[in-house]
Write a protein that binds this ligand. Structure first.
Ligand code: C2E
Ligand code: CA
Ligand code: CA
Ligand code: CA
Length: 279
């Protein structure tokens, strides 16, 4: 969202050259969108480099606005975070993911692990794990089918509370991924101090990996170190075969990126899973 004048936010959507909605409108719009079911969960496959198969997906929310068209999360997640709407939004995403997991199970599709992004405000909620447990109990989805993605900036401020929350999430059977690794004030001590299962190497380190020897060295070292600590590594933003080849040489566990697939609607992801079964 670009700041446009005082308190005005301006959207740029591919369907229309431009269209302005002020911030208040935007908040009201988002509130209504939540009620009217305009938010959809897309899935971007996580591909195992050993088997070449889909082993999971990251859930990424989209807003299908009736007039503007598709709005990307970068345009409304910050506002949702500021206004507290991220709490009902997060609930909606979790419920949708659990409903989709049940559908895939009923269709006999191979089990996959779904990664859900948590924002700072959600993470600080006192009843976070209780609300997640409620949804799991209601739907009957096993916690082990879920991973929660957190960023370094969320875990660094309050070590004690972070530890308590992470232990609660792990008690549900879920795993913990450290998102955007390398972009924050990365401290390797987090990896030791917190029960992190998976590390996601940020796209910015993957981008030039095939041209920049330093980036390649960093990626290689991060993967080796994570493995020594018993942590799995996912590379984000993999777009080319050259990147894939190097990551594979470095023994990266899984990749996510446009090379394999963009985030897709649930129907399309189900189709990918069913094709995989018939291989
Ligand atoms: P993120 O968690 O780092 O998600 C990865 C972003 O990288 C996604 O953007 C994805 O579409 C994009 N991406 C994946 N592969 C490639 C690639 O090969 N090349 C390029 N250039 N980009 C790639 P998206 O979907 O626009 O999401 C942006 C951010 O919005 C996410 O960043 C996440 O922080 C936030 N977000 C999305 N959904 C949710 C949600 O349900 N809850 C919360 N709290 N945050 C969300
Ligand atoms: Ca993420
Ligand atoms: Ca990320
Ligand atoms: Ca990122």
């Amino acid at each position: 969202v670009k700041e446009h004048g005082r308190n005005n936010y301006r959207f740029y959507a591919p369907e229309m050259t431009h269209m302005a909605i002020d911030r208040l409108d935007m908040e009201g719009n988002l509130r209504r969108a939540l009620e009217r079911g305009e938010l959809q969960v897309y899935y971007q496959p996580l591909v195992d480099l050993g088997s070449g198969g889909i082993v999971g997906a990251e859930a990424l929310v989209r807003w299908q606005h009736p007039r503007i068209g598709m709005i990307q999360p970068g345009e409304f997640i910050p506002l949702a975070e500021d206004t507290g709407l991220i709490i009902p939004l997060g609930q909606l995403v979790l419920r949708q993911v659990c409903a989709d997991i049940l559908d895939w199970q009923a269709a006999g599709l191979p089990p996959v692990k779904i990664s859900i992004n948590l924002s700072a405000r959600q993470f600080r909620q006192d009843d976070l794990s209780a609300t997640i447990r409620n949804v799991l109990d209601e739907t009957g989805v096993e916690g082990g089918r879920l991973a929660f993605e957190l960023t370094e900036s969320m875990v660094m401020h309050d070590v004690e509370n972070t530890l308590v929350t992470l232990r609660e999430l792990k008690k549900l059977g879920a795993t913990i991924s450290l998102d955007d690794f390398g972009t924050g004030y990365s401290s390797l001590s987090y990896l030791k101090r917190f029960p992190i299962d998976t590390l996601k190497i940020d796209r910015s380190f993957v981008r030039d990996i095939h041209e920049d020897k330093d980036d390649a060295a960093i990626a290689h070292a991060v993967i080796a170190m994570a493995h020594k600590l018993g942590i799995k590594v996912i590379a984000e933003g993999v777009e080319t075969r050259d990147q894939l080849r190097l990551l594979s040489e470095f023994s990266c566990d899984e990749i996510q990126g446009y090379l394999f697939s963009r985030p897709v609607p649930v129907g399309e992801f189900s189709l990918m899973l069913s094709k995989q079964r018939s291989l």
